[in-house]
Design a protein around this ligand. Structure first.
Ligand SMILES: [Zn+2]
Length: 96
């Protein structure tokens, strides 16, 4: 499955509810799920639970993109097209 296929699946599953909730409410869910992922990473104990939190983050990101009318795959590839968008190298040679 490619990113655009996942996004389309999320659209089929949740678009009506997502669009009724709106951008701010959906963004808040994404933030909550990212925080839950962070908690699982800090615990570091349960790989299956961590995988589920990764799934929730990408699901809510796709939901937000759907109600914004943004093609996640197009956006990601146009910015990160096999090279770092800042230094233009692969792998990245930026100094942090
Ligand atoms: Zn770089």
């Amino acid at each position: 499955m490619q990113i655009h296929e996942f996004q389309k699946m999320m659209c089929q599953l949740y678009f009506k509810r997502d669009s009724e909730r709106g951008i701010n409410g959906t963004f808040n869910w994404l933030v909550d799920e990212a925080e839950e992922l962070g908690e699982e990473l800090r615990k570091g104990a349960n790989r299956e639970a961590t995988e589920k939190e990764f799934a929730d983050v990408i699901a809510w990101l796709a939901s937000l993109a759907n109600i914004m009318g943004i093609d996640l795959e197009k956006a990601a590839i146009s910015k990160y097209n096999f090279k770092c968008p800042k230094c233009q190298n692969s792998p990245c040679k930026c100094t942090f």
